[in-house]
Design a protein around this ligand. Structure first.
Ligand SMILES: Cc1ncc(COP(=O)(O)OP(=O)(O)O)c(N)n1
Ligand SMILES: Cc1ncsc1CCOP(=O)(O)O
Ligand SMILES: [Mg+2]
Length: 225
């Protein structure tokens, strides 16, 4: 079957409300949280099983397959964070890597036309990621976050605005400390979407939180067009 890289316009739509979660991010059953988030309207999901309390080995793969099936039931692409071997083993829809993970060009070689997301914190990293085959960029942390202990210093909208000022049009998602209260700020900076963990995974109702986040970004997204 002839495959091809996902077109940017299609990816922009997927990046609107990009939920990221691992079992370590919630006290609830992660399958329940993901199903609720899907019902609430998330547009993309990333499996990020890492850090204290995260599953490993067979348990991690079993959870990945279970969450991927929920996504497949609703036509939501399933992205795996960091673990390229796992992504290939379960035929995930894509991967996300950062500056301290496997080399981007090597990952592109390994995954073929699957979706490839790359974290970038400077214009140089943005340009290198594009050169090496990134389909989208994750830029942040925009705001302070307690979810990723080794996160870099919050940068606000500075880099997103700088990228757009350079007329670099790659799909971008903001990440880091994003909530319903500050989501529109991220879109107004020129991002195509918001990606987040605790605003949904820690919510009393992941479904209602997802719906509210989507409501908060619809107008600024329309204004970016
Ligand atoms: C969409 C998105 N953006 C950024 C990240 C962070 O990736 P990375 O810098 O590799 O850090 P870890 O998430 O691996 O701790 C992401 N995962 N997703
Ligand atoms: C994975 C990641 N990368 C930069 S900040 C972050 C954590 C985002 O979690 P939250 O949305 O709970 O701040
Ligand atoms: Mg990583």
């Amino acid at each position: 079957m002839l495959e091809m890289r996902i077109p940017s316009h299609q990816l922009r739509d997927l990046l609107k409300l990009y939920f990221i979660m691992g079992s370590q991010n919630t006290d609830k059953d992660p399958r329940f949280v993901l199903e609720e988030a899907i019902q609430g309207g998330i547009t993309l999901f990333q499996f990020r099983e890492k850090g204290e309390g995260a599953k490993t080995g067979g348990e991690k793969e079993e959870l990945a397959r279970s969450l991927m099936q929920l996504c497949r039931n609703h036509g939501i692409p399933f992205i795996v964070n960091d673990d390229i071997d796992l992504a290939i083993a379960i035929d995930a829809d894509g991967v996300h890597v950062g500056q301290d993970d496997e080399d981007v060009a090597a990952v592109r070689e390994r995954i073929g036309d699957k979706i490839l997301g790359v974290s970038a914190h400077t214009l140089k990293e943005v340009e290198e990621a594009i050169e090496d085959g990134a389909d989208y960029l994750g830029i942040g942390p925009i705001f302070p976050t307690g979810t990723k202990p080794d996160a870099k210093k919050p940068q606000g909208d500075t880099l997103i605005r700088a990228v757009r000022k350079e007329k670099i049009d790659i799909p971008i998602v903001g990440i880091g400390g994003i909530t319903a209260e500050n989501a529109s700020f991220v879109i107004q900076s020129g991002a195509d979407g918001i990606s987040l963990i605790s605003a949904i995974s820690q919510a009393a109702s992941p479904k209602e939180s997802s719906k509210q986040l989507l409501e908060r970004i619809m107008v600024p997204l329309a204004q970016n067009k």
